[in-house]
Design a protein around this ligand. Structure first.
Ligand code: CDP
Length: 211
């Protein structure tokens, strides 16, 4: 019996991971987990408690108390939630508290998971690993457009600066920093639309599934 496939999708903000991961999950008939929501929900709990997201004790308590329904909240995005998520994500005990949930999610039926450390830490033996990236200017522009479409227009320069600060925090932290696994297929979507990125990703996953 071959094991159920686990497809790990990592990369920086607004590179197109979420859209791609959702479509891959539908294509291969696998459950999908957006792991960023876990860190966002922890950050939100800390903010709600009036505590500091970089306070390790407060963030760890919030991670240990996390309930699945916390990830369904509609206030997990926006500048404060974005920054809080990457602050709590830098704390090793927060990451440790969220590890089992992510592994259990894929245990029965396999899964597509997107995040920052899926191919490096959560599932180093994943069946297929994709690292999705795009230029910082393109990513900031995509996030800015997303905000416009949601009816929460923002200043492009501010979006770009916030994203750069988060990229740096995510890449430079000691615990599970954002980096491509050595065996990941790296897909730069700067000049690809969603359909072209999807086609390239499906081809890469099929190659790994055959391997
Ligand atoms: O949607 P976007 O790509 O902007 O962010 P996200 O995937 O929702 O992740 C929010 C934050 O959670 C990131 O900036 C990371 O700091 C953290 N994160 C992480 O550390 N590890 C993951 N597997 C997923 C997210």
């Amino acid at each position: 019996m071959s094991r159920k496939p686990i497809i790990a999708i990592d990369g920086p903000s607004a590179a197109g991971k979420g859209t791609l991961a959702r479509r891959l999950a539908a294509e291969f008939g696998l459950p999908y987990l957006d792991t960023g929501l876990l860190y966002r929900a922890v950050g939100r709990r800390v903010l709600d408690a009036g505590e500091d997201p970089s306070d390790a004790d407060a963030a760890t308590r919030a991670a240990q108390a996390l309930q699945p329904e916390d990830t369904q909240r509609d206030d997990l995005r926006g500048p404060a939630a974005d920054a809080a998520s990457s602050m709590v994500a830098a704390i090793p005990s927060v990451r440790a508290a969220l590890l089992a949930f992510q592994r259990n999610f894929a245990a029965a039926n396999g899964a597509v998971l997107d995040g920052r450390d899926i191919g490096t830490v959560i599932f180093p033996d994943a069946t297929a690993k994709l690292f999705i990236t795009a230029s910082p200017v393109e990513r900031a522009h995509r996030r800015w457009l997303e905000l416009q479409q949601k009816g929460t227009p923002a200043d492009l320069t501010t979006v770009q600066a916030d994203m750069q600060a988060r990229d740096e925090r995510d890449s430079k932290r000691g615990a599970a920093p954002l980096t491509a696994a050595a065996d990941a297929f790296v897909l730069d979507t700067t000049n690809l639309d969603a359909d072209a990125a999807f086609a390239a990703a499906v081809a890469a996953v099929k190659t790994r599934l055959r391997g």
